[in-house]
Design a protein. Sequence first.
Length: 738
Amino acid sequence: METRENYISQVPYHDNDTLVHGFQATHQPAIWMGELGQTVIMPGWSDDVKPAFEQRGLSFYKQDEVSTPYVYEILLDADTEGESGWELTEAAAGEGPVPGGAGGVPDSVAMSALAHTGYLRLNYEDACPNTSDSVPSSPYVFIQTTRQNWTGHIRIDSEHQEISGSNPQRQDYRLGPDKPATFKGYFVARFSEPFTSYGTTSGRNISELVGESSGESLGAYVRFSPDTTRVEVRTGTSFVSVEQARKNLDIEMPDGASFEDTVEQAKAAWLEKLGRVTIEGVNSTDEKHDQRTIWYTGLFHALQYPNDFSEPTDDEPGSPRVFYNGYTDSVHTSNESYYQSWSIWDTYRAEHSLLTIFAPERVNGMMRSLLNIFDWSGRLPMWANMVETNIMIATNADVVLANALSRGFRSFNISKAWAAVRKDAYEPPERDTELLYYDREPDTPYEVRAGLTSYIHHGWVDNDRWAESASRTLDYAFDDAACAIVARAAGEVKAAESLEKRAKNYAHLWNPKTQFMQARNSNGSFANETWGWTEGDKWVYTFDVAHDVDGLAALFQGGRSGMKTKLDEHFDGGHNFHSNEPSHHVPYLYSLIGHPNSAAERIRTIAWDGYNATSAGLSGNEDLGQMSAWYVFSALGFYPVNSAGDEYVVGTPFFEKVTLRLPRGVATGGEVGHVGDNERELVISAPGAPRMPYVMGLAIDGKQKDRPIITHSELAEASVIIFEMSEVPTDWGSRGDA
């Protein structure tokens, strides 16, 4: 639902808004990305069509919203200018005011969607004019195709009761090197009722009985008979063509398909994943902090990206698929899905580890998509939103590939994976010594490891030459560790050893006098301690060495005890900002240095303060699933601190019992199925966990674990994981050599 026009850093729906301006199947994967070729549909019932965004707003009551993974419903009242309105029935109106004006709008709107199609049901049966002497107006539907400065096309086909069109808008077009000139978002909207009249619009200007038009701020409308009580709109979308949008519609929502059919298909698709998990023993005394609701919502969020960008050519399983390729600015055909929307600086931390457990059947295909992007562009993606945007820093696709390999996934070209990460590790970007590569610098080449020239020369990125230099240095060290894993998988042992040595470069930023990481200049001097960071500061980035925690601890005065003191200062001093991803692994460092009790306390505090079951349920931007992936893992009792490797670090489970019905093949990374004989069951048991935060013992299939580590192979092969919990701190998991 559109309550405001979406742009980069502004999504189309805000919970504080009270006016609906349209219904939109957005292509905007995250708040920072802007929109791609969107289409907006808006119903009305008045003498005058209102095409402009500021004209067409209709008020609604928050309590009337119904929102699930498979259907959205809302009651509408009146427009913001009072130019049209309707009277709610007494039962529907409740305690709310009755809007005034002439005419009316649908009394309810319901939406559901499948992969490439949307179904909109508009009910008008309670809509009526507010003045007895007026002639009832007829219902209409308006479709907005383009905004100002973007030239689109629209066509009305009365015979087939369709509106089709295209929109070339790509709001992040200035970011990155790729300039796909022919990009468009296409749509075909098919209506259940015949048109009594129609027209096109340009801004607020209306051209009656004009059936086709091109231009900026473009739209079209169709009217229906005054006695119409329901209009249903089925819309197919595509990035390939209008014809493909129509094919998507005919495949997914053919003529005769009902709204209820669509709802049930969408429900079944989500239950195939969410229904695999049964949670028992939950702290549900506070509805706002209902952990079960938070957990399922988190899994729902985390399973949306990367998204399948390809489109069907037939409704037969295994049929070829087509997709628009922004890197080549052309349409490709493939025998498998192609994945896009890669917010990798965020998602490499936990999101991709989560997918290896809950969606292993997609992981190999996702890795092949990454390598396809490498073939087309010459680089692995950083933040791909149909094409590269160069948002954020570092080549963390290296970590995503290492993550898959560490967990046994092998159905992709490992030699090519090594070639791709080797290029990341050793070949600086174009004009590396000329550009700052600051955040959202427009029209840059592929950024990859900006400052790699300096990093290779003396082990850090110079702060007096490149933006975000300290964060880059630490990220590049971690990426080197990931590249080493890929090298070993490809049989390149010497290269792996060299990269493992270079992964120690994080130590070049250590300032022993201040006991913090600190950016360095080209002459080796330390820069101002506030400079050089990416969405963080010296506090959180001092702990940004996920691949070598023992090595990091050795830098502190007092070793692990000194690091424990610094971690305490970090949390107690209010320096941990879970709203941004660099902090996500930090509480688990306690476990790795021998203090799992402290980890449990910090994790539960973060979960309580940073997540809840309201519309403001996340402390920070979701960033394509990473924020939720932290909660999903943490509630189960473990988290992938070093996401390039195969280990999960134990924290504190939230639930007494979780039963997971997982696809087989997690351990081997095979091309696994979804249901039936391909399932296996894993039970995670933690009696008393809602009120007992501390782990007193851990057993996997009866084998006791003394260290707070679970490997992915153990997780993949286990039937029962039992946490023994305690109300008071224990000595389990502590290190005798601390």
